[in-house]
Design a binder for this molecule. Sequence first.
Ligand SMILES: Cc1cc2nc3c(=O)[nH]c(=O)nc-3n(C[C@H](O)[C@H](O)[C@H](O)COP(=O)(O)OP(=O)(O)OC[C@H]3O[C@@H](n4cnc5c(N)ncnc54)[C@H](O)[C@@H]3O)c2cc1C
Length: 649
Amino acid sequence: MTDRTNATAGSSPATEKEARDVAEAARESEWSGPSFVRELFLGRFRLDLIHPHPVTVDADEQVRALAFFARLRAFLEEVDSDLIDRTGQIPEEYVDELREMGAFGIKIPTEYGGLGLSYASYTRAMAMVTSKDGSLTALLSAHQSIGLPQPLKLFGTPEQKARYFPRLAKGAISAFALTEVDAGSDPANLRTSATPSADGSYWTLNGEKLWCTNGTRAELFVVMARTADVVVNGKPRKQITAFIVEGNAPGVEVVHRCRFMGLKAIENGVIRFTNVRVPSENILWGEGKGLKLALITLNTGRLTLPASCAGGGKAMLQVARTWAKERVQWGQPIGKHEAVAQKLALMAADTFAMEAVAELAVALAERGHYDIRLEAAIAKMWNTEKGWRIVDDTLQIRGGRGYETADSLRGRGEAGIPVERAMRDARINLIFEGSSEIMRLFIAREAVDHHFKTAFALVDKDSSSGEKFAALRRVARFYPGWYLARWLGRGDVPGSYGDFGPLAKHLRWAERRTRHLGRMLFHAMVRFGPKLERRQMVLFRGVDIGAELFAMAASCVRANMLAAQGNAEAIELADLFCRVARDRIRTAFDHFYGPNDGAIYRVSQHVLAGQHEWLEQGIVGIMEERPAPSGGPGGRATQELRKVEGVGA
Ligand SMILES: Cc1cc2nc3c(=O)[nH]c(=O)nc-3n(C[C@H](O)[C@H](O)[C@H](O)COP(=O)(O)OP(=O)(O)OC[C@H]3O[C@@H](n4cnc5c(N)ncnc54)[C@H](O)[C@@H]3O)c2cc1C
């Protein structure tokens, strides 16, 4: 039973239970279509869901996309990214040129003035931009992956679409404002509030948003705010609603521009909303649906980063390959020394796999009738982590030149290859749009969802005897057949997956390991019961195995498709990737229950309690007191800025 209350405030941080309840309420509890990865965690290797490769080609769209790519490439070739990095600003003429070529409306339908290109073309464009300049990617992607165009496309009313799409397509920059000082990964702590007017015609928005990309220059914001709690079964439940807010509305204020280790020109800031009037027709999707909207927007929105990482990986591969051939030390090119050679080979294989994962996830999203959330989360988590390691290896191969800035290299007469900048720009990928840890938690939750739905009531102390009995019937119906079938499958049949030629052996292995994963997760459920959700080290090993199996399948399917198109070279890369992924999977299975997990957690808690502070002796501490809040002009953020500037003066 639900009811509305007037409560939105509540200044104390959300309890763990509240945080979980808010996340659970916003979760998509039903599956809107099949999912290869969901099946995989249940121990079922449903290759038919991704093979033949689901990529679709629309000839007309391709022609228009290629024309756009050509223009984008020509523009990027002229962009001075070291200038952008050095000055922390994207020159206005660059933004104008991007506007002119339609780069702010790539996916917006043509009837609203956009380019009307597919999601696949959009992500290809972002990969190209990333290979040159991360700050430009942030500008375009914060606008189109999570900014207003995406939720408007998914949830906007026809009136909202007619009002905003034409502006957005012309280059009205938008931003997505969810994060706050106390609400990072945990949206239950959101404080920004919206209260309705007595006549219901508008809402009054108050609060402050942190790290809002494009926020310092946005014409339009999607703002997540708390609205009146609803009462569910006698208890209040927090509600979050999404509002479209005009950047020039009275009361919208940029109070601080944030600066970071990389993405130096990202237009990111602290945005304050003071008594901002928002017309009621600016609610997106409906009252209380904001967090769900944010999560669904991110499901497809986070497909941009995997493609970007693949683009970045290609740029790094080009640098590493060229340098490993050119640089001679100890009598031969460094690429002939085994330590460097192995990095180069793995970089090529991993870049191939990253592109396979990104392309497959996007193709599945575009085909429709497919639930993309697990594939998208794995693609985000896995590609950003692989991409980071590729930048690190490239820097190592470039040696001292990898650590030197492009300007400095140029200043002493060498080629200004910006690996140092690429490294600074790439690190944030593992944090925003869902950190690696939060992605693993999300994937783990969905991975065990079927088991939860089937059996959880049996071990839940709050469930009634009727619920327990119903669960018992479900368990008796599902598990005997399912469990037995996890012991024998297609991977045990010699010669199966024969159409994959030399890659067939990897698919047979992956099929067997998928059944093994299904069994292991089930055993873990039985072993830990409801406590499993707290055993992150165990769960995350399961997630990592699932991610590697997905990457193996994606690589084989893509190599098979490319080979059929005449590019047999791809087989070699997919083969190497699978060989090495198999090693990683074996190790994760061998340590599934982590013999040292207990000791690791115990020591971590001793560290937290200060028991090992003695280890921190002999250093000059770099910790700084948080400045006291101040109500003065510009508020706390400006005070901090002044303080930092004061040190430099
Ligand atoms: C450059 C930049 C751009 C950004 N752009 C935007 C934007 O446009 N819009 C927007 O709304 N936000 C934006 N963000 C915010 C970004 O999405 C958050 O930084 C991110 O959600 C993580 O929140 P946090 O940094 O507060 O980390 P916290 O939530 O404080 O987490 C700190 C660490 O703890 C881990 N952790 C937290 N909870 C758990 C858990 N339950 N289990 C295990 N580990 C956990 C996290 O993974 C992380 O490693 C941006 C941030 C940056 C730095």
